[in-house]
Design a protein around this ligand. Structure first.
Ligand code: 4NP
Length: 156
């Protein structure tokens, strides 16, 4: 049986810094590879529902030619565990919250985003929210590595 078409959800706390950048990076890498994937992002918290990404995240993506100003924050919901085949949490707190919300037999595989990067399994993605804009460049490098790691996992 062919693998169900992948549908990937990235989850952080606020859905305005890390997970929108992860969404943008995977969309970008998939487009470069000529692949169509479903990609989305969400937050475990509802603090920024309906809001655009953090201005520092928008500027960071723009440096790589990617416009994420139209993304809007949303909170994870029960249907996400069946709509998506893979859900990647930015850090351990997000992963614990997802495991608590997940139904008994979620369709989606749950893991940490950095599990996708060789040598980084088990690590949380540093939250750039409290730092300066340089931190967002580090986030971009990490989520790009994760996006490439995800595509490398796909059967071809
Ligand atoms: P994110 O970053 O989870 O990567 O989107 C944060 C966004 C907002 C807050 C914390 C982290 N906050 O406390 O509102």
């Amino acid at each position: 049986m062919p693998m169900a078409e992948p549908a990937v959800l990235f989850v952080c706390l606020g859905n305005i810094c890390r997970s929108p950048l992860a969404e943008a990076a995977l969309r970008h890498e998939a487009a470069k590879a000529g692949l169509t994937l479903t990609v989305d992002s969400a937050g475990t918290a509802d603090y920024h529902v309906g809001e655009p990404p953090d201005p520092r995240a928008i500027r960071t993506a723009a440096r790589f030619g990617i416009d994420i100003a139209n993304y809007r924050g949303r909170q994870v919901e029960a249907a996400d565990f069946t709509r998506f085949t893979h859900i990647y949490a930015a850090d351990h707190a997000n992963l614990r919250n997802l495991q608590r919300l997940a139904p008994h037999s979620p369709g989606a595989e749950l893991a940490l985003l950095l599990d996708l990067v060789a040598g980084r399994a088990g690590e949380g993605l540093t939250d750039p929210w409290y730092g300066n804009e340089d931190g967002f460049l580090d986030t971009w490098a990490d989520v790009t590595a994760a996006a490439r790691g995800f595509l490398a996992k796909l059967p071809r």
